[in-house]
Write a protein that binds this ligand. Structure first.
Ligand SMILES: Cc1cc2nc3c(=O)[nH]c(=O)nc-3n(C[C@H](O)[C@H](O)[C@H](O)COP(=O)(O)OP(=O)(O)OC[C@H]3O[C@@H](n4cnc5c(N)ncnc54)[C@H](O)[C@@H]3O)c2cc1C
Length: 389
């Protein structure tokens, strides 16, 4: 029989190297961090030294210049090996806004440091408490005063804010109602968080059900030099949208990895655990949920690969990226459910790592975009039904 749980067909060397790196960070490492909601500094340093965080940055700016499918393979493998890339995945794709829309000066200033990991660009300030999913109604305002902007407002769920040097911030630069189109009037800035901390920037961690280092972030007359504006003023929402397909395909890859990890655990335990004098895996009631989640994962995996292929070919991949993200998150959740059920009581014991992964994998039905909003996208933009909001 082939190895069904690994299905290595793209970038096998990268997968093998990432697997070796992950072996140095076993469940015990993640369990300890989970208890104190700690940041996996050693793991991130190891990924940085191996050059993985600069995977998508072109070689001319010090990165590895790898395609999206290779980055997808890195993140999928990290998750399939029981590790978690949430502490750094944003470093891989947020920089896309600078790469695609930044000035040559900004690229030379920031990308080499981001590629080596000396500069952490891991904070992405989009979501606000009042606007939620409705990004174009955000209120954080950046007012131009001579050679700088003065920023006031608040963000929520800004992950890794305490562990990042830079933040990509989306703020309003034209008062609401005065913009020509709802999607205009928002601008993207690179914020030097270390310089701003205590000078108009306040960060407050939010304790969540899993270890995700998410924060509330407050701006009180925070100064951002005008040279830190990315691209044109008022076009920031488009720049953020531009990067979303890559983000969705990469998060979907993590969910595929999670689904593989859960399924491997389920199969091993179902084969080994004997109750009523036979392996529990001999019962179809145990087999079928595991097999079904596996089938869901395989379908989602194909769509992730197709999305990456289109992205790399410069084709529009909004449908694939959105649907892959939803199906992969669903497959991971189905595999998580099957895994905890297969393990009976032991699934709830911390030392098995299942309950931790179970909590971690649940997030991707909500963030970075919730299932409902993906269904709206498919209904309206793919199938041509009327807008619901
Ligand atoms: C752990 C964590 C980390 C995150 N990290 C970041 C980050 O780094 N940066 C960042 O900017 N954001 C981040 N987010 C925010 C995340 O992207 C949002 O939580 C998500 O987009 C949903 O927004 P919301 O929480 O405001 O929900 P809301 O917009 O309030 O929605 C609540 C529910 O209503 C549903 N809903 C809303 N409108 C509609 C509609 N028209 N039709 C049908 N259903 C609808 C939604 O699907 C959702 O289920 C993070 C969130 C979490 C939990």
């Amino acid at each position: 029989m082939d190895q069904p749980l690994m299905t290595i067909d793209l970038h096998p060397e990268i997968r093998e190297e990432v697997k070796k790196l992950c072996a140095k960070f076993p469940g015990e490492y993640w369990r300890k961090l989970d208890q104190v909601r700690g940041y996996p500094t050693e793991f991130i340093n190891a990924l940085t030294e191996a050059g993985y965080l600069g995977a998508l940055i072109p070689e001319e700016y010090g990165g590895a210049g790898l395609p999206l499918s290779a980055t997808s393979a890195i993140l999928e493998t990290i998750h399939a090996e029981g590790c978690n890339a949430a502490a750094c995945h944003a470093q891989m794709y947020i920089m896309g806004a600078i790469l695609k829309h930044g000035s040559e000066e900004q690229k030379r200033k920031y990308l080499p440091g981001i590629a080596t990991g000396q500069l952490r660009l891991q904070a992405f300030g989009v979501t606000e408490p009042t606007s939620g999913t409705d990004t174009t109604s955000l209120r954080t305002f950046a007012r131009r005063e001579g050679d700088h902007y003065v920023v006031n407002g608040q963000k929520v769920w800004t992950s890794r804010a305490e562990h990042s040097d830079l933040m990509l911030l989306l703020a309003r630069t034209t008062p609401r109602g005065e913009e020509k189109k709802k999607t205009d009037g928002l601008s993207t800035f690179i914020v030097d968080m270390k310089a701003a901390l205590g000078n108009g920037l306040t960060i407050r961690p939010i304790r969540t059900m899993m270890n995700h280092n998410s924060c509330e972030v407050f701006f009180d007359n925070m100064i951002v030099p005008a040279e830190n504006l990315v691209g044109e003023e008022g076009k920031g929402f488009r720049y953020i949208l531009d990067g979303m397909n890559a983000e969705r395909l990469l998060i979907a890859s993590e969910s595929i990895g999670d689904a593989k990890w859960f399924t491997a655990k389920s199969v091993a335990y179902a084969n080994e655990r004997r109750v009523f004098g036979r392996p529990i895996g001999q019962n179809q009631g145990i087999q079928f949920p595991i097999a079904k989640a596996y089938a869901q994962m395989r379908a989602a995996e194909l769509l992730v690969r197709e999305g990456c292929r289109k992205f790399e070919a410069g084709e529009h991949c909004g449908e694939e990226a959105n649907v892959a993200k939803m199906l992969a998150a669903d497959a991971a959740w189905a595999a998580a459910e099957a895994c905890i059920q297969t393990h009976g009581g032991f699934g709830f014991a911390e030392e098995y790592d299942i309950e931790r992964k179970f909590r971690e994998t649940r997030l991707y039905q909500v963030a970075p975009i919730s299932t409902n909003l993906i269904l709206s996208y498919v209904a309206e933009h793919v199938l041509g039904m009327p807008r619901s909001y």
